[in-house]
Write a protein that binds this ligand. Structure first.
Ligand code: ADP
Length: 268
């Protein structure tokens, strides 16, 4: 509580007492703590790749590396870390634009099935390289129409599918389904990967939260993907949920409202 005192005056401006104001600042304090944590997280996340870039560059500049192969390997690391910083800054700016309602959405009626198919095609090669089986369970000829910003929802689906691939071992399995449920469209991605411990499950949509920081970083993750996805989906009046058991894979469900026209047609 914050405590404040004020003079209490009568109509002749004479002091007649003192008012004590007790203000519950729990919420404000919480917000301030969140902001401080966020700044600390951002600084840390930016410093980590910078430190790596700096140390590899210094080693190269010192002339201690005399074989071409190591030199190329070091340059590759520097390049990857610079890419990650770039992604991080881009994602942070996107989050801030969404927060301040500055993001420009271009919502149009679109077929979620064709969007999903194109996203699957984009990530298929990564799954193949890990010998994973991607199974599209949905009927590819059907149409599930929703009013969406295609780029935004593509980003969500890319993130969910990339996570399924990233957090599933070689030879694992990823099932992708899309269906209509009442007035909603659902896209469900199920993997049989490493899963998430129950106590961490509610935190995966927080900015920078990762179950295993080192693993996520090693895979190029920024820890912002699900936080951004949640904002985008909520901007579409939808939801994104994750269910998981540690060691037993994860199931992510993205739910979006079906477009009105389609909804009415379905009912008739
Ligand atoms: P990252 O860039 O770390 O992948 P995300 O915001 O996309 O960030 O995800 C946050 C964290 O949630 C990940 O670091 C990982 O620990 C966990 N996670 C997300 N998807 C899955 C999944 N399919 N299986 C297991 N863990 C997952």
């Amino acid at each position: 509580f914050a405590v404040r005192y004020d003079r209490f005056k009568d109509e002749n401006a004479q002091d007649v007492g003192i008012i004590m104001i007790l203000q519950d600042i729990t919420e404000r304090q919480k917000l301030e703590n969140m902001q401080t944590d966020f700044v600390a997280n951002v600084s840390h996340e930016l410093k980590t790749p910078l430190t790596t870039i700096k140390s590899y560059t210094e080693t190269l500049l010192d002339g201690h590396v005399d074989d071409k192969e190591t030199e190329t390997q070091f340059l590759g690391i520097i390049d990857a870390e610079a890419d990650r910083m770039n992604r991080l800054v881009k994602e942070l700016l996107q989050l801030s634009r969404m927060e301040y309602k500055q993001e420009k959405w271009n919502k149009k009626e679109s077929n979620l099935i064709s969007l999903l198919k194109s996203v699957v095609t984009k990530v298929e090669i990564t799954a193949k390289n890990k010998n994973q089986h991607m199974n599209c369970i949905f009927d590819e000829s059907q149409k599930i129409m929703a009013v969406i910003d295609r780029d935004g929802i593509e980003q969500v689906l890319l993130n969910v599918l990339s996570n399924a691939i990233k957090y599933t071992q070689e030879g694992g399995r990823i099932d992708i389904d899309a269906l209509r449920k009442d007035r909603w469209a659902q896209i469900i991605v199920t993997d049989n990967g490493i899963g998430i411990p129950e106590k961490e499950l509610s935190r995966v949509f927080e900015r920078f939260f990762r179950v295993d920081k080192a693993r996520s970083r090693a895979m190029g993750g920024t820890g912002l993907g699900l936080a951004i996805s949640k904002q985008i989906v909520e901007e579409h009046k939808g939801t994104i949920e994750i269910e998981s058991k540690e060691g037993r894979g994860a199931k992510v469900t993205v739910t979006l409202p079906l477009s009105h026209a389609r909804g009415i047609k379905d009912i008739v």
